[in-house]
Design a protein around this ligand. Structure first.
Ligand code: ADP
Length: 200
């Protein structure tokens, strides 16, 4: 395929590449699924499943704000909010991750309110913002499948399809990790990744 388009990273560089660089690794080879706590990930950026106020909440949002410390809330307050499906970036403060990308997932309303497009938009907006800020390693939680009640199987398929397709067109991101908080979520995301494998 093509070489790097010249959109060079401006942030910290990731580890040296270990494989020949004639072609970027296939998108599926740059995606993994783990069970864990996203606040502990040593990546360039973690993604937060925030709400439109950006003022913190429960679930993964609360965990990220607790781990990052009060300066994160201050920066979010200054940003002023985020629309559903969009994303904004802040520093990571006390987190091991240098940055936090805050995206707002849709609240499940039965599927007829554009939820699938909005959820795909969360992943796309986060990846675009990541690339713009030189992020090479990125961790996502399972957006919308907690308090926002998006059905897990559908959400995991949308997440995986959107991310793998985006990575095919964007060689600047080296690694995307889906960090799942429980086994059921991890299994669903692993199945969704496996489903992308045969065609890529
Ligand atoms: P939403 O409002 O978008 O549904 P939630 O935070 O309620 O967001 O849930 C999203 C997912 O994040 C759920 O699968 C939940 O189990 C998971 N989660 C909660 N805490 C963490 C954490 N510390 N690390 C990773 N995932 C987490």
């Amino acid at each position: 395929m093509s070489t790097n388009s010249g959109k060079g990273p401006i942030g910290p560089q990731s580890q040296p590449q270990s494989q020949p660089q004639s072609q970027p690794p296939r998108s599926c080879d740059r995606v993994s699924v783990v069970r864990g706590d996203i606040t502990e990930q040593h990546v360039d950026a973690i993604v937060n499943a925030a709400n439109t106020t950006l003022l913190g909440g429960g679930g993964v949002d609360g965990a990220i704000h607790r781990a990052a410390g009060p300066e994160l809330l201050a920066e979010c307050r200054a940003i002023g909010g985020c629309n559903t499906g969009d994303a904004v970036i802040t520093r990571g403060y006390q987190l091991p991750a240098k940055n936090v990308i805050h995206t707002v997932g849709p609240i499940w309303q039965g599927g007829g309110a554009g939820e699938a497009d909005l959820l795909a938009g969360c992943y796309r907006s986060s990846l675009i913002l990541a690339a713009k800020h030189g992020v090479r390693t990125l961790a996502f939680p399972s957006i919308s499948t907690g308090a926002y009640r998006y059905p897990l199987e559908q959400a995991s398929q949308i997440a995986m399809r959107t991310v793998t397709r985006h990575l095919e067109a964007d060689p600047s991101i080296d690694e995307v990790i889906f960090v799942c908080f429980n086994e059921r979520t991890r299994d669903a995301y692993q199945r969704a990744l496996d489903a992308e494998l045969p065609i890529r």
